[in-house]
Design a binder for this molecule. Structure first.
Ligand SMILES: Nc1ncnc2c1ncn2[C@@H]1O[C@H](COP(=O)(O)OP(=O)(O)OP(=O)(O)O)[C@@H](O)[C@H]1O
Ligand code: SF4
Ligand SMILES: [Mg+2]
Length: 391
């Protein structure tokens, strides 16, 4: 998958190719048998470059956390390839993974459950040093206190327990632990979802500062497109274990191509009540299908507002209609803002190997529907980088 972000050059900190993680579904009873599979992650590919943040968004249950845990091999993937810094780690044993884990870390969603309540903050943050046998110059305690100060905690609270800290402070403890060994890559799994909005901004600000300082690559998982927009260089939109769209932040928010991305964007509230009233909210029909029985063809076809017959039978390939902008849809919304039209596939689009673009063969460009939607982010609208505290 080619990249369009400036820093996206050289060897990626993480490269994921055709990753699949299936969980067995077992029958009930005395002798349970495997009767199916939950396709939590089903053929996902992306790269994250040093110093870059790739946002990963989608509805609850679409496979974001499983993707994050699988790339760190905290969950064993069913198939695919994972490379850190150009090194294939897919087949490494747990012992061989130990030095790799020094380069990669994870920040968890729930700052209340992610920390052992019986361990002091000092013990929690120093754990990576102990596990990896790293002896920092000046000693572990000094290194941990320096980290505490760096993430905005009082180093004198070294001997306190997690229960004595607020949610935001606990997430800072989790962040200090994650960056202790200066990893090159961190999976941030909904790191601010459980926090108050005002605290969210501070934690995102801290993650950004640490990224700038240490050149860390983040895979930033969130179900909220508005949060992802604040921190990501590029964004991947997931649905039922698959990537539907992947683009730079600017392209994704100003020129979304996939109907599902349009639906997600239309759900973001805008601050102006008048604008909020005028804008259209795309309601998706039906519930998220089960990943144990995903729909045939395009997995989104059972809820898509512009599905055609072919969508139920033929899976759309992930194609790149414009540089760095990838979409998996037979009828991407190629022209949208301004004209408020949904156009059929551009006959000039080239499907990826093994894929197809409906209508491309027929050269049709005749699927035009009015949906009259404007999410308040046009192609010329500068992306709001958020409150100044985040810069
Ligand atoms: N250990 C497991 N065994 C069986 N199924 C699982 C397991 N872990 C996750 N799943 C299923 O895999 C799918 C993807 O789950 P996952 O937790 O990755 O979603 P998510 O996008 O992170 O959701 P959320 O936004 O709620 O955190 C879900 O259907 C979930 O029920
Ligand atoms: S391939 Fe068809 S069903 Fe799938 S998103 Fe595109 S238009 Fe909708
Ligand atoms: Mg999750």
């Amino acid at each position: 998958m080619s990249q369009s972000v400036e820093p996206a050059a050289g060897v990626p900190a993480l490269r994921v190719s055709d990753l699949r993680t299936y969980f067995p579904v077992r029958s009930k009873g005395l002798f349970p048998k495997t009767i199916g599979q939950v396709k939590a992650v089903d053929g996902v590919s992306f790269e994250v470059y040093p110093g870059e943040t790739l946002g990963l968004v989608g509805e609850s249950g679409c496979g974001k956390s499983t993707t994050g845990r699988s790339v760190l091999r905290l969950i064993e993937p069913t198939s695919g390839r994972i490379e850190f810094d150009g090194v294939d780690v897919t087949g490494l044993s747990s012992k061989e993974m130990v030095p790799v884990r020094r380069k990669a870390a994870m920040i968890f969603q729930d700052p209340y459950n992610a920390l052992n309540p019986r361990h002091t903050v000092g013990a929690i943050i120093s754990a990576p040093f102990a596990v990896q046998g790293v002896k920092p110059p000046g000693g572990v305690k000094a290194a941990v206190q320096e980290l505490m100060e760096r993430v905005g905690l009082n180093p004198e609270h070294y001997n306190r327990y997690p229960a004595e800290f607020s949610g935001g402070q606990r997430q800072r403890i989790g962040i200090a632990r994650a960056v202790a060994l200066r990893p090159k890559f961190i999976v941030c799994d909904e790191p601010v979802s459980a926090l108050d909005v005002s605290i969210q901004a501070q934690v995102i600000n801290l993650l950004r500062d640490l990224q700038d300082e240490f050149g860390i690559a983040y895979l930033f998982v969130a179900h909220d497109l508005a949060v992802v927009r604040q921190i990501s260089n590029r964004v991947a939109v997931m649905y039922l274990g698959q990537v539907m769209e992947l683009a730079t932040r600017e392209d994704l928010y100003a020129r979304p191509l996939h109907p599902y991305t349009h639906a997600l964007l239309s759900a973001i509230p805008v601050p102006d009540p008048r604008a909020q009233k005028q804008r259209e909210h795309i309601m998706l029909s039906g519930d998220l299908p089960s990943p144990a029985a995903p729909p045939t063809g395009c997995v989104f076809h059972t809820r898509c507002f512009q599905a055609q017959e072919i969508c139920a039978s033929e899976k759309p390939a992930l194609v790149e209609p414009t540089t760095g902008h990838h979409v998996a849809c037979h009828f991407p919304i190629l022209e949208f803002l301004g004209t408020k039209e949904i156009l059929g596939p551009d006959p000039g689009l080239t499907p990826r190997a093994g894929g197809s673009l409906a209508g491309a063969a027929a050269g049709s460009n005749d699927l035009i529907r009015e949906i009259g939607t404007d999410y308040g982010v046009g192609p010329d609208t500068p992306i709001d980088p958020g409150p100044s505290i985040w810069r």
